[in-house]
Design a protein. Structure first.
Length: 440
């Protein structure tokens, strides 16, 4: 492999934990509460229960793949090796959809949070400026990007623990049970995308495997500790926020029928009021939580697109690294431009759902690739093997398929948009391969 297509190895287990938690942590600060409007407390809780099982079993199964095949393409590389280039392309394209469409939704929330402090600045302007700043930080170097990610992730985790510590003494069980299932069991299915948002993109740890100092050992430590941290934070945040005054209080601001992107400040305002120092601290550090995920997913997306370019499935220029910084600068810039276009649509909820479609497709294909590699390459060196095989990957696969079907049923229009993206890109892939003489 030429030097222009090699990434620098600089990441240890702590950095990988920071990336894994950082990719996801914005999901604790916003977005999940929109699932309460669909399913109520019990509906979202049911959806989240099964999604937690899916993510725990998936993460440990995916860790086996990441340790055995430590490549920047993640799911794309695993599917490509196990199932061939066509399925590899589908997995890689789904991964690109997830990683490229998640940041615009987070950028919109960053703009909304920042606007609280500087109301004279347009939220869209702030969101676009954030894209430029954090794309540049990722271009400068992965070590600098990972150190920044680790620091703001630790602060964001501490703030969630402070929020839980302040809120839990005020939790009333009656608030958790009141109007708990407003739309029946159908509400639980409709809440699935927002339950996924709690954990979306944790698999991005695999996309920096080539930049881990000792990927076969460090990926397991980073992945495993990240998913444990996130499950604990998810449960604490859910109970602490909803239990204070019921689910409606963290969906709708007082006097409004429009869902809010700031559920935790809404819950805290009930306890301490909007002028308390803790309220302002939550907003300030909550912004860091959004930045952690925004910055981290930009990093993972750059590696995903880079790998696509490196193998020639998209223009080769996207598979080159900057000779000075050893980062995939071209891929990062192109992803930023696509993200800004999505951001300009103003459809945050819809963008989240499309990202979730990409994620679930990735999970399904990855688990199929997992079973195929176990059969076709039994002697492949696997420094880590998933516990309770074949139960873990089977459970992850079944829940992912069921979630994908349910999401499609309740989001037919967005499912059609996602399917169109996948079909058009797949036919482009077939055509470009035929013209270049590559095997399909």
């Amino acid at each position: 492999m030429s030097e222009s297509a090699k990434l620098s190895r600089t990441l240890g287990p702590l950095m990988l934990w920071g990336l894994g938690v950082g990719y996801v942590i914005s999901g604790m600060y916003f977005g999940w509460n929109l699932g309460l409007a669909e399913g109520g407390t019990l509906g979202l809780a049911i959806a989240t229960f099964f999604i937690i099982i899916m993510y725990v079993t998936f993460t440990f199964s995916y860790t086996e793949l990441a340790c055995a095949i430590p490549k920047a393409g993640g799911a794309f590389d695993y599917a490509n090796r196990a199932l061939g280039s066509k399925m590899g392309f589908i997995a890689g394209m789904a991964q690109n959809v997830e990683f490229i469409f998640a940041p615009p939704a987070i950028a919109a929330a960053i703009g909304a949070y920042f606007n609280i402090f500087f109301p004279e600045i347009d939220t869209l302007t702030i969101a676009i400026l954030a894209y430029f700043i954090f794309t540049l930080l990722n271009i400068i170097g992965v070590k600098a990007a990972a150190i920044f990610e680790l620091v703001i992730t630790i602060l964001a985790v501490l703030e969630l623990l402070i929020f839980a510590g302040v809120s839990l003494p005020h939790v009333n069980i009656e608030n958790l049970s009141r109007n708990a299932l407003p739309n029946g069991l159908e509400g639980a299915f409709a809440a699935i995308p927002f339950a996924i948002w709690f954990f979306l993109a944790i698999e991005g740890v695999a996309n920096v495997a080539e930049e881990a100092r000792n990927p076969q050992k460090d990926i397991l430590k980073g992945f495993g500790s990240a998913i444990i941290t996130l499950v604990i934070l998810c449960i604490l945040t859910f109970i602490a926020a909803v239990g204070v005054a019921g689910w409606e209080s963290v969906v709708y601001p007082p006097g409004s029928n429009e869902p809010s992107d700031s559920p935790l400040p809404l819950a805290l305002a009930v306890i301490v009021g909007e002028n308390h120092v803790l309220y302002h601290l939550l907003i300030s550090v909550g912004l860091l939580g959004l930045i952690a995920s925004f910055h981290g997913i930009i990093l993972a997306a750059g590696r995903s697109t880079f790998e696509f370019g490196r193998v020639g499935y998209i223009p080769k220029s996207l598979g080159q690294v900057n000779p000075k910084t050893k980062t995939p600068a071209n891929a990062l810039i192109v992803n930023m431009l696509i993200g800004i276009v999505a951001l300009l649509t103003g459809k945050t909820g819809e963008i989240i759902t499309i990202a979730c479609f990409g994620a679930l497709t990735l999970y399904v294909v990855s688990m199929i690739a997992f079973f195929k590699l176990r059969k076709s390459e039994p002697d492949l060196e696997r420094p880590f093997k998933v516990p309770m095989f074949p139960l873990f990957p089977s459970v992850a696969l079944v829940i992912a398929i069921m979630a994908l079907i349910a999401m499609t049923m309740y989001n037919l229009k967005l499912a059609s948009v996602y399917l169109m993206i996948m079909i058009v890109s797949y036919f482009w892939f077939l055509l470009s391969n035929r013209n270049s003489g590559k095997p399909e």
